[in-house]
Design a protein around this ligand. Structure first.
Ligand code: FAD
Ligand code: NAP
Length: 556
């Protein structure tokens, strides 16, 4: 890699800017994307450096600030104290940044950093709850997966020996706990208290030629009495594929009706436990019931090793097939598995136009490994296993910082490629129902216009009615080169800037790892070019939009 210190881009950063070599590396990549607007830029001011930190909070690795003195102070997300808060940063890098910080902060760095709410908390609150021993479950972080659980377990063990753990009586130690005490949630308002909804219908949005399989799902909430506001997400408790449960039962040679607690083994494998990926505990169990080289391999897998280079591919069935012939006690086997977690989906309807119902836009996850088809548990549960009329356990996950402006006359710009369109369909329905005066501009993109244009008729109707003021489209695989929503944004940058200058709020939904960052870069680019600002000023402008709640994201 070119050393950023020799790169012309690095000259943008003042010598005394508080960046580590990794941060300089990251920033050089960031500015590389802005080279087209580099002219006239001399260096980032210290203020702009901090603005950049805040703006990309979670984007660039940040320097340890003065608050980082090892005490368990209030260095929360939003301050410069969580440099690891970046969903695209690998876990080892995040842990390196948290090295030497208090255990609670290291626990936060171990999380998936998406603040997605699937665990029922933000990343920061989940770590605080574990640190305060208010939350015993260390395997709730879906985006972080096994490596997060593994790291949390290790940190939790360290907690036993940490001075904070023995200082329970001190008010300072009790403080983080207070912030995360969970009050029993009203029915349907938390993953801990789901209610029953009824699947009404599913309609395929992607057409036959599409590489995707995306569904419009409608659920009836009438029995549950549940409601929601646009911007919220919807939690679904899925069920595993019964054929997979049966294959697992065959692999361990147990009877399907073997009693496990008050239920039968097959039932528990269908709706009680996660069948992918294989947890460390399962390998530990296998190591107890096998010997020799197999035992050593199982032990290695149980501690995060990868003796055969296939650890990533091992779901529960593949793990059992790797150690054929093992016969664990079915009850111990079930105990070694993780609980089946709910999944969240952005709500794609407005309660005002669709009372008593909720709509979701769900991409079915299917892929194959070594010839066996693998299914995303919740998306395929909704796409094929739940039948219209079936009951589904659900809850509403309140949005934190994602919603329409309170003032209905404020214009909104919505950027939602793929399933990212979901909350914006809801926004448009809401603005239509409330006869909001504000203008609405949607950027949608996907692979092919002819088969991936979700809600095309509806969007055309809303254009004709004047609800949708402007629709900008980007088809990534219709031309010779990839063309994404941010390319379209750049093309119409002058108008986009004009909307922003008139006070528009801007929203992004969809892929967290690449798209959301690329869109942000494009926005900085547009502000710089059309708002006639230097790069550091444009970065500060975008940071300010975020701070004021005018730039909101729902990314996963
Ligand atoms: C706030 C929020 C809103 C969301 N909104 C939506 C939405 O509107 N629509 C939507 O469709 N999703 C949405 N999601 C994502 C959704 O929650 C699920 O993560 C998604 O549906 C997959 O869940 P699953 O149970 O079907 O798959 P899982 O059983 O969780 O399997 C997914 C896992 O499979 C593995 N995998 C996937 N593809 C491959 C592959 N090709 N090769 C190898 N491994 C692979 C990956 O490890 C991946 O994490 C949202 C997530 C959040 C947090
Ligand atoms: N955890 C899971 O298993 C899971 C399940 C479903 C969705 N997701 C997440 O949700 C995202 C949305 O999935 P989706 O099926 O709705 O659509 P998607 O895969 O994000 O694709 C939507 C469009 O975005 C384009 N795109 C790819 N990279 C981009 C970038 N850097 N900037 C802008 N656009 C880009 C795609 O183009 P090309 O494809 O032509 O590059 C496609 O045209 C996924 O990317 C994934 O991160 C996760």
């Amino acid at each position: 890699m070119t050393s950023p210190s020799r790169s012309p881009i690095a000259r943008l950063l003042p010598e005394n800017a508080p960046f580590t070599p990794e941060q300089r590396d990251w920033l050089s990549g960031f500015f590389a994307g802005l080279m087209s607007i580099e002219e006239g830029v001399t260096a980032l001011s210290p203020e702009a450096s901090s603005a950049l930190m805040a703006s990309l909070q979670g984007g660039a690795p940040q320097a340890k600030g003065p608050a980082d003195d090892g005490h368990d102070g209030d260095d929360h997300v939003g301050d410069d104290g969580a440099p690891w808060h970046d969903p695209s940063m690998p876990l080892p890098e995040r842990m390196k940044l948290a090295d030497g910080r208090p255990l609670r902060r290291q626990m936060m760095a171990a999380m998936g950093q998406q603040d997605c709410g699937q665990c029922g908390y933000t990343c920061e609150d989940y770590s605080s709850a574990i640190f305060a021993r208010k939350e015993e479950r260390l395997n709730l972080c879906v985006p972080g997966g096994k490596e997060t659980t593994r790291t949390l377990k290790k940190l939790f063990d360290d907690l036993g020996a940490s001075p904070a753990a023995t200082a329970k009586a001190s008010p300072a130690a009790a403080e983080p706990a207070a912030a995360v005490v969970k009050v029993a949630a009203a029915p349907g308002r938390s993953r801990d208290n789901p209610v029953a909804a009824r699947l009404v219908s599913r309609t395929r949005l992607s057409k036959a030629r599409s590489a995707k399989e995306t569904w419009h799902i409608e659920l009836d909430l009438a029995q549950s009495g549940l409601d929601y506001v646009v911007g919220d997400a919807f939690g679904i408790f899925p069920a595993n594929d019964p054929a997979l449960a049966d294959a697992i039962i065959r692999a361990i040679g147990a009877p399907a009706d073997f009693p496990v607690a008050d239920r039968m083994l097959r039932e528990v494998l269908i709706d009680g436990v996660s069948l992918s990926p294989a947890p460390d505990m399962l390998f530990q169990l296998i190591s107890y019931v096998t010997g020799g080289e197999r035992r050593q391999k199982a032990k290695a897998l149980a501690s995060g090793g990868d003796p055969d280079g296939d650890a990533e591919t091992l779901d529960v069935l593949a793990a059992l097939e790797k150690f054929p012939g093992i016969r664990p006690d079915p009850e111990a086997f079930v105990e070694a598995l993780d609980p089946l977690q709910p999944r969240l989906y952005s709500i794609a309807s407005s309660f005002k136009t669709n009372p008593g119902r909720v709509a979701l836009t769900v991409d079915a996850v299917r892929y194959a490994i070594k010839g066996r088809g693998r299914l995303g548990v919740a998306s395929t549960y909704l796409a094929e296993r739940a039948e219209p009329g079936d009951g589904v356990r659900v809850y509403v996950q309140k949005a934190s910082g994602f919603g329409l402006p309170a003032d209905p006359s404020v214009p909104v710009i919505m950027i939602g490629p793929g399933t990212g369109i979901a909350p914006f369909r809801a926004f448009l329905h809401e603005r239509m129902a409330t006869k909001a005066k504000g203008r609405n501009w949607l950027f949608f993109g996907h692979q092919h216009r002819d088969c991936d244009f979700f809600y095309e008729d509806e969007l055309s109707g809303m254009m004709a009615m004047g609800v949708l003021t402007r629709l900008s489209l980007a088809w990534s695989r219709d031309g010779e080169q990839k063309f994404y929503v941010q390319d379209r944004m750049r093309e119409v940058g002058r108008d986009l800037w004009a909307w922003l200058a008139e006070g528009a709020h801007i929203y992004v939904c969809g892929d967290a790892k690449r798209m959301a960052k690329d869109v942000e870069l494009a926005l900085v680019d547009i502000v710089s070019q059309h708002g006639v600002r230097k790069v550091d000023e444009a970065v500060a402008f975008v940071a300010d939009l975020k701070k004021k709640g005018r730039y909101q994201q729902d990314v996963y």
